[in-house]
Write a protein that binds this ligand. Structure first.
Ligand SMILES: C[S@@+](CC[C@H](N)C(=O)[O-])C[C@H]1O[C@@H](n2cnc3c(N)ncnc32)[C@H](O)[C@@H]1O
Length: 274
């Protein structure tokens, strides 16, 4: 019978959970933040109340069935922000921080620049931009009302002013913008990784037979909404950089280039609208 924090961690490990997941779930049921792993060491002989133990068992089973840990704890750290997430939105990925870095770089010459995040999901990109550069005028669009509810709640909780709009890509906003940034759906419909992503919203993930349907739509629309010298920056799949660069060049963008993610793979491409 597990009762102490140490017992609970051993039990989760025996169930097949990896060490980090077990620690994150134990912290969650103990009401501690995810970064407070020292608490597990200093309270190793402390007992967990029966309701916490019951909830830990349920969460561990859901984790073993493949649910993202962020949906189970309700939190995901992104660009230094604690975002609340659930199954209505994609779990923000660390690789997307590369896109935020790049956007901050191109926006640096204009402190109060206007920028829009297309397909904002949890609000991750828009909120990271506003948090890092409070003078930026940040808008964010999603066509999912559910996602916008999550994003707006994150903005409110974090005290960050972002103008949210519901619509398909640029149809919901006017602009013009100094930068348009997006981490759109880009997975091929028949991609072999889709079963592993089954807990996340399908409309956040897939984009037609080659995964480029949404990127094509955004590239096409962005041309009418960028200010002279404005930037369009897009996240895409690990093997899509040449195709996305070709789309940008064919649409008339200049300075077309790609950036690598944390694993050294080209995962963002963008261009300037001269
Ligand atoms: C890959 S998720 C990215 C979420 C978030 N930006 C992030 O990086 O974690 C793509 C998002 O695009 C939204 N989306 C899909 N099609 C859209 C469309 N036509 N117009 C606006 N948003 C759309 C989805 O609802 C989803 O929230």
């Amino acid at each position: 019978m597990m009762q102490t924090v140490t017992d609970a961690l051993a039990y989760l490990h025996a169930m097949g959970l990896d060490r980090l997941d077990a620690q994150l779930l134990a912290l969650h049921v103990a009401g501690r933040p995810a970064h407070d792993r020292a608490w597990l060491l200093t309270h190793d002989t402390g007992t967990l109340p029966a309701p916490a133990l019951a909830s830990l068992q349920t969460l561990a089973q859901r984790r073993l069935q493949g649910e993202p840990i962020a949906y189970l704890t309700g939190h995901k750290a992104f660009y230094g922000l604690d975002l609340q997430v659930d199954a209505r939105v994609l779990v923000p990925r660390p690789d997307t921080e590369t896109l935020v870095d790049w956007a901050l770089e191109v926006l640096a010459p204009t402190p109060n620049a206007t920028v829009v995040d297309l397909g904002t999901g949890s609000g991750a990109i828009a909120l990271a931009l506003k948090h890092t550069r409070p003078a930026l005028r940040v808008q964010a669009v999603d066509y999912s009302a559910d996602a916008l509810t999550v994003a707006q709640a994150n903005a409110q909780r974090l005290g960050l002013e972002v103008a949210f709009a519901q619509g398909s890509w640029l149809s919901g906003v006017t602009g013009p913008f100094h930068a348009i940034v997006s981490n759109p759906p880009y997975i091929r419909e028949d991609d072999e990784h889709m079963p592993a992503l089954r807990h996340e919203p399908r409309q956040a993930l897939t984009a037609g037979a080659d995964g480029l349907d949404d990127i094509r739509a955004i590239v096409d629309q962005a041309r009418q909404r960028l200010l002279p010298n404005g930037w369009l920056l897009l996240e895409h799949g690990y093997d899509q950089a040449p195709a996305v660069r070709a789309l940008l060049m064919a649409a008339g963008f200049t300075e077309v280039q790609s950036r690598q993610d944390l694993a050294g793979i080209e995962r963002c491409s963008g261009g300037n609208w001269a």
